[in-house]
Write a protein that binds this ligand. Structure first.
Ligand code: ADP
Length: 526
């Protein structure tokens, strides 16, 4: 019950000409004023905008008054002007806000469009993501950082801020305070694949996050206001996270900003995924092309040789039957067989590639003597090596449980290489008993292998040399390693260029399957 409230409610003026009139109409106001006469006499005018009172304008005096028609009208007009001015200001404010909002939306759309263009044009995601982080600053964030999952790429966190000096500082901070696995932050989002939004960063939050006093100071000096962490999700996997931090610019993040950030992250994730698939496809295509080229060369050589031998046999039979002595035939057929062996070996390797690429390596372990197996392999390769170049040494017997075909293949691949790259120098094969393990060494004195290649030569299609005289598929060592892995052993090389190579294969004597059985029994008994 106040004059001003009545005026606003009813939208019509109120005039109180004396203290008595106030006491009669608003007794509570009169009592509350308790002897304070000032303001008892008043005229209150509504501020009308489109028939609705948005406020009131009050005049008051300390002496009683009669109502004066002309003055009353004047006060009404004054109130009307005030109301209109207020309405105009209000309208202006609303318009300004709408304009700002439209501008913000336009900026955001432009940001997304720029980002999309950037992402669409990229085939390499590292540089693209750095540009993306820079694009977000300062339009959408004061700080933008991107982390990728280790399986995607081992890149350090990408950091963007308008001030390069701060970017350098950030690198220093993350060295001093490396990210931890906490229930908040990029690591967590990387694991869960779900966004986190912190609309308001409070000082308590900083105190909770800080690891020591220095850290707290750094966090406080950042003046963070809002933070969003969004996952880079593509095809059901989280490839990384983008963190947006609103700080000194005074920006704030809410649901709307989070939607934009997630939209952006989805596009970025798709681009990363595509770039990755493209790179993989290119690599695979390149490896396949290289392989087909070498494979056709490799098959061509023994075929040519075989063709020549057969031709000369055919000619001999037709035109010079007297030449076809048993010794001559033996020589020709021996050569044909050698080439045929080579062809079979090559085709076997090709078959192995498709078998190994298709999945695991089935093993059929049986009791074997590695020394005997090595001896047979050495005998088979003797003519290839030329006489007495191949020497077998070590223990007299080393028994174990292995897959004969696979193990034979490992030895054969090492021997073929030692002969191929051995420059005609002696080759030593050694088999040794090492308790529950067996050791096989193949040592040559040939061209050797540069240190930087020593790990790579075990990869598929990897070749250490492109010299024509050393034609090859780059598969032998890959196949050997796959087999040794399947046995639960390891294969390694020691070499220096020009000083030959020493390949060592270490094998558990028991097959992986029976080892597991034995362990199972051991546990059962214990
Ligand atoms: P390939 O011999 O068909 O090229 P491998 O997988 O058997 O394929 O060998 C891969 C590479 O390792 C070879 O290209 C060669 O450069 C190198 N290499 C293998 N064995 C030896 C060795 N005993 N001496 C020198 N280099 C070798």
């Amino acid at each position: 019950p106040l004059p001003i409230a009545d005026v606003i409610r009813a939208g019509s003026p109120v005039f109180i000409g004396s203290r008595e009139a106030l006491a009669a109409r608003y007794p509570e106001v009169y009592r509350a004023a308790a002897g304070n006469h000032y303001g008892a006499v008043s005229a209150v005018m509504p501020l009308l905008v489109e028939g609705r009172a948005i406020g009131a304008l009050a005049f008051s005096w300390d002496q009683p008054r009669e109502i004066d028609e002309e003055a009353h009208l004047y006060r009404l007009l004054l109130a009307q002007h005030c109301a209109q001015a207020l309405a105009r200001a209000q309208l202006f404010e609303t318009e300004r806000r709408a304009r700002e909002e439209a501008e913000r939306l336009r900026e955001r759309a432009a940001f997304l469009a720029d980002a999309s263009a950037l992402l669409a044009a990229s085939t390499e995601f590292g540089p693209t993501l750095e540009s993306l982080a820079r694009l977000a600053v300062p339009r959408f964030a004061d700080w933008c950082t991107i982390d990728l999952a280790a399986e995607v790429a081992t890149l350090p966190t990408m950091v963007a801020h308008a001030d390069p000096a701060k970017v350098a500082l950030a690198a220093e901070w993350s060295r001093r305070y490396p990210p931890r696995d906490e229930p908040s932050g990029p690591r967590h989002v990387l694991r869960t694949g779900r966004s986190q939004l912190y609309p308001l960063i409070s000082d308590e939050m900083l105190v909770r996050e800080a690891r020591d006093a220095d850290h707290l100071q750094i966090l406080r000096d950042l003046h963070m206001r809002s933070v969003m962490i969004v996952p880079l999700n593509a095809r059901g996997r989280t490839l990384g996270v983008i963190t947006f931090i609103a700080a000194e610019s005074g920006m704030h993040y809410g649901g709307e900003e989070l939607a934009v950030a997630e939209d952006l992250a989805d596009r970025a994730a798709l681009a990363i995924d595509n770039a990755r698939l493209l790179a993989e496809a290119r690599q695979a295509a390149q490896a396949r092309d290289d392989f087909l080229t070498t494979a056709s060369h490799e098959l061509r050589n023994p075929l040519n040789a075989l063709q020549l031998v057969l031709l000369s046999l055919h000619r001999g039979a037709l035109h010079r039957p007297e030449q076809c002595t048993p010794a001559w035939l033996d020589d020709k057929l021996g050569k044909a067989e050698t080439q045929l062996d080579r062809l079979i070996e090559l085709v076997e390797k090709l078959l192995d590639v498709s078998r190994l690429s298709g999945g695991g390596l089935p093993l059929a372990p049986e009791p074997l003597d590695l020394v005997e197996l090595a001896r047979q392999a050495v005998e088979r390769h003797r003519h290839q090596a030329g006489g007495e170049q191949l020497r077998l040494g070590g223990d007299a017997e080393v028994r174990g449980e292995w897959d004969r075909v696979r193990l034979d293949q490992v030895i054969a691949n090492l021997l073929t290489n030692a002969i191929k790259y051995g420059e005609g120098q002696p080759i030593d094969v050694e088999v040794r008993d090492r308790g529950d393990r067996a050791l096989l060494v193949v040592q040559d004195r040939g061209i050797g292998i540069a240190p930087e290649l020593q790990e790579r030569i075990f990869e598929r299609f990897a070749r250490g040399t492109s010299e024509r005289r050393f034609a090859g598929f780059g598969l032998g060592l890959w196949i050997a390693r796959r087999a040794v892995d399947a046995f639960g052993g390891r294969i390694s090389v020691e070499s220096s260029p020009g000083a030959g190579a020493r390949f060592e294969v270490e094998l558990p004597k028991q097959s992986p399957a029976s080892r597991q059985d034995a362990e199972g029994e051991g546990r059962g008994g214990g």
